[in-house]
Write a protein that binds this ligand. Sequence first.
Ligand SMILES: Nc1ncnc2c1ncn2[C@@H]1O[C@H](COP(=O)(O)OP(=O)(O)OP(=O)(O)O)[C@@H](O)[C@H]1O
Length: 271
Amino acid sequence: MNAEPINVTGTPIREKGEVLLSVENISLRFGGVKAITDVSFDIRKGEIRAIIGPNGAGKTSMLNCINGFYQPQEGRVVFKGERRAKMRPHRAAAGGIARTFQNVALFKGMSTLDNIMTGRTLKMRKNFFWQALRHGPAMQEEIAHRRVVEDIIDFLQIEHIRKLPVGKLPYGLQKRVELGRALAMEPELLLLDEPMAGMNLEEKEDMCRFILDVNNQFGTTIALIEHDMGVVMDLSDRVVVLEYGRKIADGTPDEVKRDQKVIDAYLGVAH
Ligand SMILES: Nc1ncnc2c1ncn2[C@@H]1O[C@H](COP(=O)(O)OP(=O)(O)OP(=O)(O)O)[C@@H](O)[C@H]1O
């Protein structure tokens, strides 16, 4: 029997469960531009999966295929055993996929609390008359939603900014609020597009800790795009590497960082 595998940080690799989502032979084109060419990989339940690659490699396009923003011309996304190629973003969200964006996409004039509350919308009853009833069961339901949002605010340690308009907050805190809004959906799969982009060292460390806590405490599966290789190596269980829209490597952080194709891609060497 082999010894327990060790990752680059020296900690044991966490054993992850069955496949939650698989990307099967996806190709995506914009006119003549091939953004993704025949890419397949899977995301296992409970893992942190990184998608990396040089600029223009197709990483954001891949997240957009996974949550239904883009419809690939070929291939499919299978989520919890169900085909999702024709899935629209709101249906992916209702099915348990939440995401954040490369550039923060919040309602700048609204408070932290109200922005996070918008993440609950899909969980609320849509019936106008139900919502118009400001007493009885409708009221109980609203209280329950508010409790979830308050728990998230506690978890992310942003009580002090709960009433402030997010447009006035430093960038690192805006990213944290955006994470809060995604968590309010209680997602099974959380997609994070460059969660540390534009952050200083301290903000990055905080965000890393929150991502690990979300994964460990809530069991949320996470797929993230990140350019900071130190962060990728420390956070992720497995890494898929794209270059010019093609998959060039897939494995543990330790495996991919030793892969010659990955080294060449990051040094800009053609092969
Ligand atoms: N909406 C679009 N219309 C046309 N071309 C697009 C569109 N979105 C992406 N592309 C092209 O597809 C390719 C992949 O882009 P994508 O943004 O997915 O890469 P990326 O790896 O996320 O890059 P970065 O790290 O710079 O964010 C690029 O050549 C890009 O110019």
